[in-house]
Design a binder for this molecule. Structure first.
Ligand SMILES: NC(=O)C1=CN([C@@H]2O[C@H](COP(=O)(O)OP(=O)(O)OC[C@H]3O[C@@H](n4cnc5c(N)ncnc54)[C@H](O)[C@@H]3O)[C@@H](O)[C@H]2O)[C@@H](O)CC1
Ligand SMILES: [K+]
Length: 495
């Protein structure tokens, strides 16, 4: 159930279901019934105003109106546009509505306990303007609880962007599967509580559609997750390397190393300049430390082929030395996580990084928006939506891109992408990114493929923050991981 369908894919799902024998009006009846059920469960509601648009989203509204009236609600229905211009299933649904059809342009929210927003769903093709915009703005300003049908009208189902205006919903009822716009911001927030209703579309349509976008949830990557086995050996759990900055910036590597250990890497070696070695050696007994001042030292360290996953960037410094360190870390069978200064050292030189990355088995880069712009600004339009930007970047790089934020997107060069919705606001704290890079490296060390490792890392990072709660600092994240693992392994039946 992690699949997300963009509006084109959802339209195809509808079409396939119809081709395979379910009438469109049957789908619409179930969609409208699901909306009516949600409205009926709201407390203290007797007067419902339903705003219907000119397409099938409006059709769902007509069905819900009929069913709610049958259940004794006082329903007013207002249509945007001309009733005579309704077509297909929506016209049929309108036909069966016996009540009055008011003009949405004159809609007055005052005498409603609740508003059903059935103006636009998947068929939104441009920014709202004119009367449509005015109606949505009035609904938004009314302060009345709004139940959105499929999406809050004005939210783009593919991107989560607001096209003109949208009203905050208390609940949103969507159909068959979630859409990217339900997880991407600001769409996710505007949806309120999201419900997914089964309207009789067979799951088999997904075999035809082959969606490439997913919600970042355990079902996406758990089959590839390295759950330790009883007969396991620490080398089977991999040996990771964390490359550290000097004495005054070594804290970032320390966080990454701790996270890497907690994520389950069998062994973790920190490669650090001489001046930072004592600090690392004293920090955690489980860490090994080796002197790494420059690229030749790292090459020497990595002659041991068991050191298969490397994380670098946090606190490393921006410049040629860091670029050389990144080059020294690549090689056959190597897995890399590049963050922070390792990315900024390649600012404006994506090709240089792509050439280097091309020789690593699986590379994951973890930029925040600023780093992303510096690295991918030439190939990715800043105006594009987050999903498109992450995907384009991953293709250009030839590696996995983790575009961080409150709706972190993980994208692979083959077009797969996952959107996370579990990060709490207090996760935005100094050093949290270093921890994320470390977790992903820890998973790569255990042999998890790059896309799955990145997605799992992002999810675990968010869950660890939630498990700790407000007041979180980055140092708390690795310590919260064991509890998250326990729950995950229990749910997977492995504990
Ligand atoms: N039979 C089906 O295809 C089903 C469709 N479903 C519903 O149908 C919806 C999709 O239906 P549609 O594809 O008809 O699309 P919508 O009903 O979302 O919107 C399409 C209509 O809005 C107009 N429009 C688009 N953007 C506009 C703008 N910015 N300003 C003014 N007018 C604009 C279009 O010209 C068209 O008339 C889904 O969101 C879902 O609610 C469900 O009933 C399930 C079955
Ligand atoms: K809607």
């Amino acid at each position: 159930m992690t699949h997300l369908l963009d509006p084109q894919e959802m339209a195809r799902a509808d079409r396939l279901a119809m081709e395979w024998g379910t009438a469109g009006i049957t789908l619409m009846d179930k969609a409208g019934a699901a909306v009516a059920d949600v409205v009926a469960r709201r407390p203290l509601v007797t007067r419902v105003t339903i705003l219907c648009g000119p397409g099938n989203n409006g059709g769902d509204g007509f069905v819900a109106a009929r069913l709610l009236a049958q259940r004794g609600f006082r329903v007013r229905l207002a249509l945007l546009g001309d009733r005579g211009r309704l077509t297909g299933d929506a016209a049929q649904a309108a036909e069966r509505w016996r009540g009055a059809v008011e003009d949405a342009a004159a809609f007055d929210p005052e005498d409603a306990d609740l508003i059903v927003d059935a103006l636009f769903g998947a068929g939104l093709t441009r920014d709202l303007d004119g009367v449509a915009r005015a109606v949505v703005a009035r609904m938004a300003a009314s302060g009345k609880p709004v139940i959105a049908v499929d999406l809050p009208s004005g939210v783009d189902g593919a991107t989560g962007a607001v096209r003109g205006v949208a009203a905050q919903a208390v609940e949103t009822v969507t159909f068959f599967r979630r859409k990217p716009g339900h997880l991407l911001l600001p769409g996710r927030t505007l949806c309120g509580k999201l419900r997914v209703a089964d309207i009789g579309i067979p799951d088999l349509v997904l075999d035809e559609i082959r969606p490439k976008t997913s919600a970042n949830e355990p079902a996406l990557w758990l089959p590839a997750f390295p759950i330790p086995s009883a007969g396991g050996h620490k080398y089977a759990r991999g040996h990771a390397v964390v490359v550290s900055g000097g004495r005054w910036t070594a804290g970032a590597a320390r966080l990454a190393a701790r996270a890497c250990l907690r994520a389950g890497a069998g062994l973790v070696t920190v490669g650090a300049p001489e001046a930072a070695l004592p600090m690392h050696a004293a920090s955690y007994a489980a860490l090994m430390v080796r002197p790494v001042e420059e690229a030749s030292d790292l090459r020497h360290l990595l002659e041991d082929r068991r050191l298969s996953a490397i994380v670098m960037g946090p606190g490393l410094g921006v410049g040629a030395t860091t670029r050389d360190l990144v080059s020294a870390a690549t090689g056959a069978g190597r897995h890399l996580v590049l963050d922070a200064d390792a990315l900024t050292s390649f600012a404006g030189d994506l090709k240089g990084l792509a050439d280097v990355v091309g020789s690593a088995a699986g590379t994951v880069v973890t930029p925040h928006e600023g780093e992303f712009g510096r690295l991918f600004g030439d190939v990715v339009s800043a105006d594009a939506d987050k999903l498109t930007r992450a995907r384009t970047a991953a293709q250009a790089l030839g590696g996995v891109v983790v575009l961080k934020g409150a709706d972190t997107v993980v994208a692979a060069p083959d077009g797969r992408a996952a959107i996370a919705a579990n990060a709490p606001p207090y996760l935005a704290t100094a050093g949290a990114g270093d921890v994320l890079a470390g977790i992903i490296c820890g998973l790569l060390a255990q042999g998890m493929p790059a896309y799955e490792a990145a997605a799992a890392g992002v999810w675990l990072h968010g869950e660890a923050a939630r498990a700790f709660g407000p007041g979180l600092i980055a140092d708390d994240l690795p310590e919260a991981l064991p509890g998250v693992y326990r729950k995950l392994f229990e749910e997977a039946g492995a504990l």
